[in-house]
Write a protein that binds this ligand. Structure first.
Ligand SMILES: Nc1ncnc2c1ncn2[C@@H]1O[C@H](COP(=O)(O)OP(=O)(O)O)[C@@H](O)[C@H]1O
Ligand SMILES: CC(=O)OP(=O)(O)O
Ligand SMILES: [Mg+2]
Length: 466
């Protein structure tokens, strides 16, 4: 018998290219942060361990773990190591649990709840304790999130095996977007078919947007219900979201996470006819990877989810390498504002210097992000408290942020190069990189934390802890 009560919450975030896991202790006096004046989560849980296993989408991958006993944003005491035995979400989860017991000496029987980020929840809006029926509901939705739900289910299984006494709770990315008005969430198709088959815009990255909203409101010292934001979550999967009065009113992903902005291996929004011209086998089932054993996708979906994005444009799924290649290309140019020309591209892409492809991929991403910001700025009637950058790329790439802000200067935003380049030196979940002297609107970087978003919610459900 453990000397401690079961007081720990493990939170698992199965992204398309990563598995992030964090372990928290529930605070005895856990309270919701809504009116506490503290940053999100700080009143309800204390972080014990965190890990990030990256590059899962780019095999052969080099996996790295970082464990920290303090805030996840400070790399100082993070241990990085390459682990060959990790090859998918399930083995990444097993490695974390091994670390927790053998190296961090934390008794696994102390884990009472495992919170799982589930990207597609369909018509489930509230978090659910996973039983067989709910497990199958999530499984059925896997075809609508082919890079995600399967990974989350694999992690759920691994946790059920290793921690049989802990209950699994599913938190859905789609929940945050339930407030999107019908005329925005609907596609212009037969509505009977749409209703029967659930064909509408669901939107994703909702746990991240919920965390960002809480953090930014705390930073601005402004009530959620009076806050309007344009948020970009730019990672292996990238999306943008318009938030009016604390509620999602539009987002760029759709029925599945393939729509909207392009990503590491995803096409983003395309002309829906394109894929039938790309291959005449578009409707055939894809039987490519083992992970798809329970995920049934067509070749078309496989092409648009796995064979597109930066990976297809440049050969790497790592946006840091895209930025590096783009910089090298710029160094060889006398006019740095020069864009790779379409004429040249249409003539012969294979003749392009490699670095020119990186520049094109970078500019393509910036162009699509600019489109979302423009749309949302108008949707919000120009009443925007802040433009927020987040996700692996949004948090780490000063070049990307600068390029995007330059494109939306006409909306009154500006780049402060010193602040933009100094983000990594600043602590905290929100870093301000510009503030308008005219109307006070800001540009912020928010280090999102989907695990914290789930754990803090879990900690304050009274019935869970009786
Ligand atoms: N310094 C950097 N500059 C640009 N992109 C970066 C940098 N560091 C990480 N990234 C990119 O962030 C992405 C991962 O984002 P993240 O949000 O952590 O992943 P996921 O989408 O799997 O949750 C990867 O494409 C990675 O290349
Ligand atoms: C929804 C989505 O694309 O998530 P991620 O960026 O974590 O892959
Ligand atoms: Mg993610």
């Amino acid at each position: 018998m453990s000397p401690h009560a079961a007081d720990l919450i493990l939170a698992a975030n199965a992204g398309s290219s990563s598995l992030k896991m964090s372990l928290y202790q529930r605070n005895h006096d856990a309270v919701s942060d809504t009116s506490s004046g503290a940053p999100p989560g700080h009143r309800s849980v204390t972080l014990l361990l965190t890990s990030s296993i990256t590059n899962l989408s780019a095999p052969p991958a080099s996996f790295s773990f970082s464990f920290t006993h303090s805030a996840p944003h400070k790399g100082a005491d993070a241990k990085k190591q390459h682990v060959d035995e990790v090859h998918d979400h399930a083995s990444a989860c097993e490695r974390f649990l091994q670390y927790m017991e053998r190296e961090a000496h934390i008794d696994k029987s102390r884990v009472k709840y495992v919170c799982h980020r589930v990207v597609h929840g369909g018509d489930y809006f509230e978090p659910v304790v996973v039983d067989q029926e709910r497990y199958h509901h999530i499984e059925k939705l896997s075809d609508l999130a082919p890079l995600h739900n399967g990974g989350a289910l694999a992690v759920m299984k691994a946790c059920l095996d290793a921690l049989p006494k802990a209950a699994s709770v599913a938190y859905f990315d789609t929940s945050f977007h339930r407030t999107i008005p019908a005329h925005i969430a609907s596609y212009a198709i037969d509505q009977e078919v749409a209703m029967t088959r659930g064909l509408k815009k669901y939107g994703f990255h909702g746990l991240s947007y919920a965390y960002i909203l809480g953090s930014v409101c705390h930073h601005l010292q402004k009530d959620v219900s009076r806050t309007n934001l344009i948020v970009m979550h730019l990672g292996s999967g990238a999306s943008a979201c318009a938030i009016r009065a604390g509620r999602s009113v539009n987002t760029s992903m759709g029925l599945t996470p393939v729509s909207g902005l392009p990503g590491a291996t995803r096409s983003g929004r395309i002309d829906p006819s394109l894929v039938f011209h790309y291959t005449n086998r578009a409707g055939h089932m894809s039987h490519k990877r083992e992970v798809e054993a329970q995920v049934h996708v067509t070749l078309a979906e496989d092409i648009l989810n796995r064979q597109a994005g930066w990976k297809a444009l440049t050969g790497t799924a790592d946006f840091a390498e895209v930025v590096e290649g783009m910089r090298k290309w710029e160094e060889t140019q006398t006019d740095t504002n020069k864009q790779p020309s379409q004429e040249k591209g249409l003539q012969d892409m294979s003749g392009w210097k490699t670095d020119e492809k990186f520049k094109m991929a970078f500019e393509l991403f910036v162009d699509r992000i600019m489109g979302e910001i423009g749309t949302y700025y108008v949707l919000l009637g120009g009443c925007v408290d802040a433009l927020v950058f987040s996700g692996g790329i949004g948090e780490k790439s000063a070049d990307l942020r600068e390029a995007v802000v330059e494109k939306v200067r006409c909306l009154g935003f500006e780049v402060d190069q010193t602040k933009n380049n100094g983000v990594d030196d600043q602590e905290g979940s929100v870093v301000e990189i510009w503030k308008s002297t005219e109307d006070g609107k800001r540009i912020l970087v928010c280090r999102t934390d989907e695990q914290m978003e789930m754990a803090k919610e879990c900690a304050v459900v009274e019935t869970f802890w009786k």
